[in-house]
Design a protein around this ligand. Structure first.
Ligand SMILES: NC(=O)c1ccc[n+]([C@@H]2O[C@H](COP(=O)([O-])OP(=O)(O)OC[C@H]3O[C@@H](n4cnc5c(N)ncnc54)[C@H](OP(=O)(O)O)[C@@H]3O)[C@@H](O)[C@H]2O)c1
Length: 256
């Protein structure tokens, strides 16, 4: 039995992965943005070991989430699932003055990775759209570019893979991988999404706990439990180091 923490697990793929893992006898800690959503999460998965609370668009609340997780003990795996989608019609600025999509999709996984006691396995949710991401660290806050929500999302999902591969390189004893779940009908995916929803939470749960040698790898990218094509830029060490340095500067917290 493993202990797993899943971000953004009051709904969607995070909750579905939590259900799969809890159904297999693992101890799952959920995460919700506020107390009301935490109560929803508890009701939706009463067997969850705990629910931690914090808005991951906010750096201070993200630090609090990490502290809550560390106070609960050590974890076998963390699934960095939280995400917001490609439908933001305008640039939304967070309380910290950051792009909302960047703050939630990239900076929160970075900061939680840096602050949570390192688990044995880390899993990062990307998207097939990452292949259209811009392989650059210029204007990550969208202050000079004209806003394009789809591009901002694709960029963030490429950076999730860059982060996963950077951590795999920096922390050789931790298995750190990324995946795409398919385009599925969650709140984010929308009701017309074409892919199989039942398969969408499987790979992240498998990467988190399976003893299958295919899951016990690091620095890889998956779709439906198979290695999958990944943007070549995700393996660029200059991009990996640049992203870590940029996030460290923004949060005043370096990856240990
Ligand atoms: N669905 C797809 O087709 C698809 C495709 C490719 C990749 N993905 C990736 O899969 C992951 C999960 O997506 P999903 O489809 O399950 O999305 P979802 O149904 O919209 O669920 C997102 C979860 O994240 C939580 N969340 C969002 N913003 C938050 C914040 N600021 N603070 C704390 N929690 C927050 C949501 O909480 P609330 O319920 O309170 O809003 C919800 O629990 C994302 O990383 C996404 O990029 C999804």
């Amino acid at each position: 039995m493993a202990r797993i923490f899943i971000t953004g697990s009051s709904d969607g793929l995070g909750l579905m992965a939590a259900r799969l893992l809890a159904g297999d006898g693992h101890q799952v800690t959920l995460h919700a943005r506020n107390d009301a959503r935490a109560a929803d999460a508890r009701r939706l998965l009463p067997s969850a070991e705990a629910v931690v609370v914090g808005d991951l668009s906010n750096v201070a609340e993200t630090r609090s989430v990490a502290a809550q997780v560390n106070a609960l003990g050590s974890y076998h795996a963390v699934i960095h699932n939280v995400g917001v989608g490609y439908r933001e019609p305008r640039r939304i600025e967070t309380a910290d003055g950051l792009s909302h999509i960047f703050a939630i999709n990239v900076l929160a996984p970075y900061l939680l990775t840096a602050l949570i006691t390192p688990p044995e396995r880390l899993v990062y949710l990307s998207s097939g759209l990452h292949t259209g991401g811009t392989a650059s660290l210029d204007d990550l806050q969208w202050t000079t570019r004209r806003w394009n929500g789809t591009q901002a999302y694709a960029d963030s999902k490429l950076l999730d893979v860059v982060l996963a591969f950077a951590v795999a390189r920096r922390w050789p004893r931790v298995l750190s991988n990324a995946l795409e779940p398919g385009w599925v009908a969650t709140k984010m995916g929308g009701p017309g999404a074409p892919d199989d929803l039942s398969l969408a939470p499987v790979t992240q749960a498998w990467l988190a706990v399976s003893d299958d040698p295919a899951a016990r790898v690091t620095g890889q990218y998956f779709y439906h439990q198979r290695r999958h094509r990944v943007h070549a830029a995700a393996r660029r060490t200059d991009l990996q180091d640049g992203l870590l340095a940029y996030c460290a500067e923004l949060t005043a917290t370096a990856l240990p």
